[in-house]
Design a protein around this ligand. Structure first.
Ligand SMILES: [Zn+2]
Length: 262
């Protein structure tokens, strides 16, 4: 898809969401919101995310730690009258540390960060390829020191494969290398067990049943970024997160906080 078409589609999507989300209100349930960065605009201020949280809380949403949310979803202990939100960010961009962490710190929220070890350790050529061809941004990764500090302060560090490749294949050695390999590399750096895994790109079509099986035998918690009206995909094995970004308009975020079923 070319750049102009992407821009046009996102313009149309925003227009449609503006109409659909008029007077949207958060519904009871636990919603894990998953983003990637503060904003595509590198000069954006963390204030935009802080303001989004202020406005969400004014609408009655409560914020809980990522691991609490994951555990409650797994145990199926859903709130009847509360809308509880937890947050994660994929791909491990530097601004997760420099711009997002300061905001979640103010709110005393423990979040999750799903990272790709080869993006951190890659040489210049690898990083340029990763940014340009894999995640389509110009943003640099966090360093291991930043990741270690997040972990030391109680945030969750999750795995997101080594190279951020689609897992929709049936090649067992490739799946094990990407899934188990990312767990081993992060654990070697942090010295703690990594229990959470989000597969790259996040749509259900981006992982095969064999990929889900390898992921679930490696990690107790596996996440998509799809199918948000239901808590689970793949027969209860995968927990669904909902895509958002920190700079989205309030109504667009609220629109997706709908009633959910198992
Ligand atoms: Zn990703």
């Amino acid at each position: 898809m070319n750049g102009r078409l992407i821009k046009y589609r996102s313009y149309l999507r925003n227009k449609v969401l503006n109409i659909l989300s008029y007077k949207a209100t958060p519904k009871p349930g636990i919603h894990i919101l998953n983003g990637h960065f503060l904003s595509l605009n590198d000069n954006a201020s963390p204030e935009i995310f802080h303001n989004l949280l202020v406005r969400l809380s004014r609408l009655g949403a409560g914020f809980i730690d990522f691991e609490d949310a994951a555990q409650r979803i797994k145990n199926k202990t859903f709130p009847k009258n509360e809308c509880l939100l937890a947050f994660s960010w994929d791909d491990g961009f530097e601004e997760c540390f420099t711009k997002i962490k300061p905001v979640v710190d103010v709110w005393k929220i423990k979040a999750a960060f799903f990272i790709n070890p080869n993006f951190i350790d890659g040489d210049n050529d690898y990083r340029e390829h990763f940014k340009k061809d894999i995640v389509f941004t110009n943003k640099n990764p966090m360093s291991w020191e930043m990741v270690k500090q997040l972990a030391a302060e109680g945030h969750t560090i999750g795995a997101h494969t080594l190279d951020h490749l689609s897992l929709n294949c049936n090649e067992l050695s490739f799946l094990k290398h990407q899934i188990e390999g990312s767990k081993e590399r992060i654990e070697a750096q942090l010295g703690i067990e990594v229990r959470h895994f989000a597969f790259p790109y996040g749509r259900l079509r981006h992982i095969s049943q064999l990929g889900v099986d390898v992921a679930c035998s490696t990690f107790p918690y596996v996440y998509s970024q799809d199918n948000y009206r239901h808590y689970f995909s793949f027969g209860g094995k995968v927990i669904n997160r909902r895509h958002f970004e920190c700079n989205w308009p309030l109504n667009h975020v609220v629109y997706f906080l709908k009633a959910k079923t198992v």
